[in-house]
Design a protein around this ligand. Sequence first.
Ligand SMILES: Nc1nc2c(ncn2[C@@H]2O[C@H](COP(=O)(O)OP(=O)(O)OP(=O)(O)O)[C@@H](O)[C@H]2O)c(=O)[nH]1
Ligand SMILES: [Mg+2]
Length: 312
Amino acid sequence: MLPELAEPPRLRDRMGRTRDRLSGYLRGIRSRGAIGEEDWESIEAALLGADVGVATTTALLQDLRQRVRDGGLRDGDALMSALRQDLCDSLTSAGGAELQFVPGATNVWLFVGVNGVGKTTTIGKVARRQVEEGRSVLLAAGDTFRAAAAEQLGMWAARAEVDVVRGAEGGDPSAVVFDAVQRAAARGNDLVLADTAGRLHTKVNLVEELKKIRRVADRPPGTVTEVLLVLDATTGQNGLIQAQQFLQAVGVTGVVLTKLDGTAKGGIVVAIQRELGLPVKLVGIGEGADDLVPFDAEQFVDALFEDAPIAG
Ligand SMILES: Nc1nc2c(ncn2[C@@H]2O[C@H](COP(=O)(O)OP(=O)(O)OP(=O)(O)O)[C@@H](O)[C@H]2O)c(=O)[nH]1
Ligand SMILES: [Mg+2]
């Protein structure tokens, strides 16, 4: 039997660093009777400091300034509520956080992303949750670059009580994924979680390798229902540049943003969704097996601000 899953950790409890950074700038604005130029500067500095990004920050500020000019927002309290609402809206515009799964099929979820972002750890956490939800999971050790990668995945597999298909070190990763899909179909596993090596974006042939993995995984009986780009929140805006490279190589369906617990730059979530048009589906908030939660825009925005949630 799997050890009982702990209560899922709360975003709010793990996002203290980003919240502290924001509140350092925003403290006091809510109680302002009239909004002054220094308040706009504080909001801008807060959003940029949290890595919301220049384009998104500019758009948010333009909208808010216009509404203040039009008389729709009369004081600091109204302004802060509007900012929260705007953030929430921009976080839901790229689509929902639901993970796609076709019942009865051999679903494949591919995990891609550069070195060290947390792909293997995320697969371990996802495996556990999916087993808990009643799915029959098989792992594919598609990172054949280092033997240690398959071993690491094997440890997570043991924790989730699922099997892992491995290949030879230096072997063809798409062959491993192919084997995993065949085996899953033969044994009635309905979900294959495939790990990949992390240097794929750097060389053209490696990008080709990733495309090939995807093609092979999508061949019947397999069907690729998610391609999840894993990004490390602590790398901030650089993550967006990485994302572009992967977007061009494989059809990414969503983002897993890891290490939100270790950064003051949690605003990158907003930039990813607005600037890439990709939904953040899962967020990693620690190194433990339970430290992964589905992304929820409202909970996220609540976790960013020091004061009470938006009324109503
Ligand atoms: N604090 C924190 N650490 C995390 C999180 N997710 C992963 N890590 C840590 O990040 C490090 C790298 O994780 P891996 O899962 O090995 O990353 P990877 O993308 O598979 O790396 P490569 O296989 O080298 O490409 C490990 O020390 C993890 O424990 C998270 O959400 N929060
Ligand atoms: Mg790995």
